[in-house]
Design a protein around this ligand. Sequence first.
Ligand code: MG
Length: 159
Amino acid sequence: MRIGLGTDIHALEPGDGLHLGGVRIPCAYRARAHSDGDALLHAFVDAIYGALALGDIGEHFPDAADANHGRDSGEFLLEALKSMRNLGFRLGNVDTVIHLQRPKLSGYKLPIRRHLATLCEVPEALISVKAKSGEGIGPVGRCEAVSTQAVVLLVPEAD
Ligand code: MG
């Protein structure tokens, strides 16, 4: 078995919505980013690469590359999953946390889980999405940032 940890943070600026876990969340912000700024997918991808000891997301998808400008981060996840399968592993489970002050994410957690389960081709029971506010303090609490964490367990395909 392999365990992997991923984290991400993006600054928020005025805009018309966020992408989190491949789900569009209408709100008064957008994430400042080279890609679509999906901090949850970025943490998930980094966790998979971490479990495989294959470096970090920036090595695989440099933010200086024009090809990654505005890119759907779901494509990063599909690439990471391909690497996982090529090395003989499958997703055991993933647990994630989104730290965001506003909007409240309670109504989005299930759609995000379902979308991630579809991308990963696993039951949604293997995908956990948790949300926390910033309690009004720090960059998250001041609505200046969204931050995320993900932990994955990869199991050998044969198990
Ligand atoms: Mg990112």
